[in-house]
Design a protein around this ligand. Structure first.
Ligand code: PLP
Length: 418
């Protein structure tokens, strides 16, 4: 959680008044602070490169806004992409293909053909996929994804590295998979694993590195392949609650570097998504109604799980403040709920806040990762706008959808028009 300043009673985001942003661009609105984004990238790249040569592949599934990608391109980041849509977004934002690594699951031949055409290296998820890719182009640059049997994450739904998960080639089969890759004509460049999303324990990052190093050594000894990189995936958490501490990047990097020492590995790759973007962005949402029930008080706002699904989907905590009464004493306990016709549509429960009135603007913290990128049109509601703030100025980086946008791809067969 970042700290925010205020002017009079008004919260400032990157020096710009939240109330003014809400007034100018409407709500719900996601607001990203460019300085915070650059700071996060530099912090993680700096911490790892201080102890080992490290390439940072930003996991753009967290947030693919083109302006955000552009800033990270300028910072020197590389990319972890999981779909052709993400790849195209990154190419459009200025990344060269060699700065992108595609790691998909359930990958079609058509998608692989498009990646080959675009010269984007592929991190292969299964032996079946490897054989299908060989039939398309056995000279394409590849690496292999292993299931390391090391899992971690903030929710069962985001743990990817445990035995039996759908991702990667089982640990027991990975050396054979490298042998098969060579037999098919490939020259594999690396080995990848991802344990899951939302952890900060250095030991987990150390453990997955250990697994990868053991495979790296076996592949070299048994097959004579000298892999160029080991990719330990992403997953570094951020503090969503006021009492939580920031992940100790130095401790994680040092633990990983310790395991790499003496192995002969030349390059480490990391794939942080959340750490780079989560706390750069807040959601501004307007209070439409204040409702008292015999059991609780509701603040009914204009953003629901169509805009931010993490609380409803993962039971995630997002800190909430009243941007238009920022710093005022808490007086009331509220649940914050959205406009969707589902009782599970909420943003926050049992929060102590100043007394709120209709028209107040609430600020939901830390929505930069898996916020907009997981939003939807549920209840046929247009998606929100996005704004970037920099040097006390604001820039629209995504227009608010309009109702007419929701009709754009739909067709009524003419026989129904009679
Ligand atoms: C393969 C892979 N790499 C990186 C990430 C990024 O994780 P995080 O945003 O927690 O850093 C994910 C997230 O699911 C992933 O699946």
């Amino acid at each position: 959680m970042r700290e925010f300043q205020k002017r009079k009673d008004n919260m400032l985001i990157g020096g710009v008044s939240a109330a003014k942003l809400a007034q100018r661009f409407g709500t719900p609105l996601m607001v990203t602070d460019e300085n915070a984004l650059r700071e996060n990238y530099r912090a993680i790249s700096g911490a790892f490169n201080a102890v080992f040569p490290t390439r940072v592949n930003y996991a753009c599934k967290a947030n693919t806004n083109l302006a955000i990608l552009r800033i990270l391109e300028q910072e020197g980041s590389c990319i972890d992409a999981v779909s052709i849509g993400e790849v195209e977004s990154c190419l459009k934002a200025g990344f060269s293909p060699d700065r992108i690594l595609y790691t998909g699951v359930s990958v079609s031949d058509e998608e692989m053909r498009m990646l080959v055409e675009r010269k984007v290296p592929i991190n292969v998820d299964s032996v079946g996929q490897l054989r299908r890719l060989a039939a398309i182009d056995f000279q394409h640059p590849i690496s292999l994804r292993v299931n390391p049997d090391v899992g971690s994450g903030h929710s069962q739904k985001v743990i990817t590295g445990t035995k039996g998960a759908k991702f990667g080639i089982p640990k027991e089969d990975i050396v054979q998979a490298f042998a098969e890759a060579v037999r098919l004509g490939f020259s594999p460049k690396g080995l990848h694993a991802h344990t899951g999303s939302g952890g900060s324990d250095p030991a987990v990052f150390g453990k997955v590195t250990e697994v990868l190093v053991a495979i790296f050594e076996k592949v070299r000894a048994e097959l004579g392949i000298d892999l160029e990189f080991l990719d330990i995936g992403g997953g570094i958490s951020i503090p969503y609650r006021p009492e939580e501490l920031r992940a100790d990047l130095g401790a994680i990097a040092t633990e990983v570097a310790e395991k790499l020492k003496g192995s002969g590995v030349k390059q480490l790759v990391i794939e942080p998504g959340r750490y780079i973007v989560a706390d750069t962005t807040v959601l501004l949402t307007r209070v439409n109604d204040v409702k008292s029930t015999p059991v609780k008080e509701y603040l009914l706002v204009d953003a629901g799980f169509n805009t931010l699904i993490r609380p409803a989907f993962y039971d995630s905590y997002h800190h909430v403040a009243v941007a238009t009464k920022f710093g005022e004493q808490a007086q009331m306990k509220y649940d914050v709920a959205g406009p969707l016709c589902e009782s599970g549509d909420y943003l926050a429960k049992e929060r102590y806040l100043p007394r709120v009135d209709v028209g107040d603007i609430l600020c939901v913290y830390d929505v930069g990762a898996y916020g907009y990128s997981m939003s939807s049109n549920y209840n046929t509601r247009p998606r929100c706008a996005e704004v970037l703030v920099a040097d006390r100025k604001s820039f629209l980086i995504r227009e608010r959808e309009e109702i007419k946008d929701l009709f754009r791809l739909q067709k009524i067969p003419s026989r129904l028009n009679k």
